[in-house]
Design a protein around this ligand. Structure first.
Ligand code: DQA
Length: 204
C-alpha cells in the first residue's frame, strides 16, 4: 500500500490520499462517535460520568425555619439547600433540589430521577407515614433512595414511627437536624458509586 495511512475508529486503515482522507461522511462519523461514547458510558469505562442526586422535600418543609422551631430548629429550607450544594460540590455530585406540598408532584420527580439514573434523598414529611404512591414510585423507578428526617421520628408520636417508604429505601437517617440531609447525600452517593459498573480494561 502506498501513501500514509491512518487508523479509523472501526480499526480499518484508510489512505490519507486525496479522496480517502475521510472513510465516513462527517455526519456518520459524528454519529458513530456518539454511539461509542454512549457504549463506553454504559460499560462504565467513562470515568467522568457525574452522579446526580435529587434532594426532594415533601409537604410543609417550605415552612422550615418558622415551623415548630422547637422540633425542626431555625434553619430554613434555603439554608438546607445551600449546605447540600456545598457538600455536593465536595463529593462531585450534581444536585436537583426541590420541594412540593403535593404527593403526585413528588411521584413525578421520583420517576424523573429513576429515568435519569439519579439517586434520591427524600424528606417526604407526613407522606412518609401515609403514601403508598411514594412507596410505589421509589420501588418502580429503581432510583436508589435514602429516606431522611430532621427530627427523630421514633422519639415522637406513634403515628410517625411507621414509614411506608423505608422498606423500599436503601436506608433511613433521622434525628440529626439539617445534618440528616448531608448524611443522606453521602450515603446515597456511596451506594451509587458501589453499584456503578466497574471500569473494564480497554480491549484494544
Ligand atoms: C419530618 C417528620 C415527619 O413526621 C413530619 O410529618 C414532617 C417532618 C422531619 O423531617 O422530621 O413533616 O419528615
Amino acid at each position: 500500500m502506498t501513501g500514509k495511512t491512518r487508523q479509523s475508529c472501526n480499526g480499518t486503515q484508510a489512505k490519507l490520499g486525496k479522496a480517502l482522507v475521510f472513510p465516513f461522511p462527517p455526519a456518520r462519523l459524528l454519529a458513530k462517535r456518539a454511539f461509542l461514547l454512549r457504549k463506553a458510558e454504559l460499560q462504565g469505562t467513562l470515568l467522568f460520568t457525574m452522579t446526580t442526586v435529587f434532594v426532594l422535600n415533601g409537604p410543609n418543609l417550605n415552612l422550615l425555619g418558622s415551623r415548630e422551631p422547637q422540633v425542626y430548629g431555625s434553619t430554613t429550607l434555603q439554608d438546607v439547600e445551600k449546605l447540600v450544594r456545598e457538600k455536593a460540590e465536595n463529593l462531585g455530585v450534581a444536585i436537583t433540589f426541590r420541594q412540593s406540598n403535593h404527593e403526585g408532584q413528588l411521584v413525578d420527580w421520583i420517576q424523573e430521577a429513576g429515568a435519569q439514573g439519579a439517586g434520591v434523598v427524600i424528606n417526604a414529611g407526613a407522606y412518609t407515614h401515609t403514601s403508598i404512591a411514594l412507596r410505589d414510585a421509589i420501588s418502580g423507578s429503581g432510583a436508589p433512595t435514602v429516606e431522611i428526617h430532621i427530627s427523630n421520628v421514633h422519639a415522637r408520636e406513634g403515628f410517625r414511627h411507621r414509614s411506608l417508604i423505608a422498606p423500599v429505601s436503601v436506608g433511613v437517617i433521622c434525628g440529626f437536624g439539617p445534618m440528616s440531609y448531608l448524611l443522606g447525600l453521602e450515603a446515597v452517593h456511596r451506594v451509587m458509586v458501589e453499584r456503578a459498573p466497574q471500569a473494564k480494561p480497554s480491549q484494544h
